[in-house]
Design a protein around this ligand. Structure first.
Ligand SMILES: [Zn+2]
Ligand SMILES: [Zn+2]
Length: 184
């Protein structure tokens, strides 16, 4: 089971849209999807860097991993509207750790408004789904993919996210099947 965990106030629709997409895709690998109640953002406030005005991404993964273990989840995906960063990077759309079986994505930079564009719900949701599929791929051991259209392609900017699709390319799909023990 993949557990989806809203952290603090997340646009409820986006959580459900991600759960719907992942839940329609991952049964192929024998995994269902559940949404947990939202968890309070307070434990993560210590990850706040006041100079950067951002939150350290990896701090989220430990708590999420513990929650996943308690719920017997194979993987846990947190969704936050907080802006995340990692050392050496200006920002991150998301982060995953396969050993912890946990990932987190941030919706902060997915809204068209962030880039001075008009609001576009569909585009926002599409981007969130891609980031979710990408980080889950990492949780299940996939590295970045050189193919620009594959969801496992690294997004340096939102342009990369918009170019790629929401699905794994055949090469990544085969790896994923192998890692999750599906098929031959
Ligand atoms: Zn990545
Ligand atoms: Zn690929």
């Amino acid at each position: 089971m993949i557990l989806i965990v809203p952290i603090g106030t997340v646009d409820g629709m986006v959580t459900e849209e991600i759960a719907k997409f992942v839940g329609s895709y991952y049964p192929h690998f024998g995994l269902t999807v559940e949404i947990s109640d939202a968890i309070p953002p307070e434990p993560f406030l210590k990850a706040y860097n006041s100079l950067r005005r951002q939150f350290l991404g990896r701090a989220f993964l430990i708590t999420l991993s513990e929650l996943g273990r308690m719920r017997n989840a194979r993987a846990v995906l947190g969704i936050t509207s907080l802006d995340l960063y990692e050392e050496g990077l200006n920002f991150i759309f998301g982060l995953a750790n396969s050993r912890l079986g946990a990932a987190v994505i941030s919706t902060f930079r997915l809204r068209p408004e962030f880039y001075g564009k008009l609001p576009n719900r569909r585009l926002f949701v599409e981007r969130a789904i891609k980031e979710a599929m990408h980080e889950l791929g990492h949780v299940f051991g996939l590295p970045h993919c050189p193919k620009g259209e594959c969801v496992m392609h690294f997004s340096n900017s939102i342009i990369d996210t918009d170019i790629k699709g929401p699905l794994y390319c055949p090469t990544c799909l085969r790896k994923l099947e192998k890692n999750l023990g599906v098929g031959r």
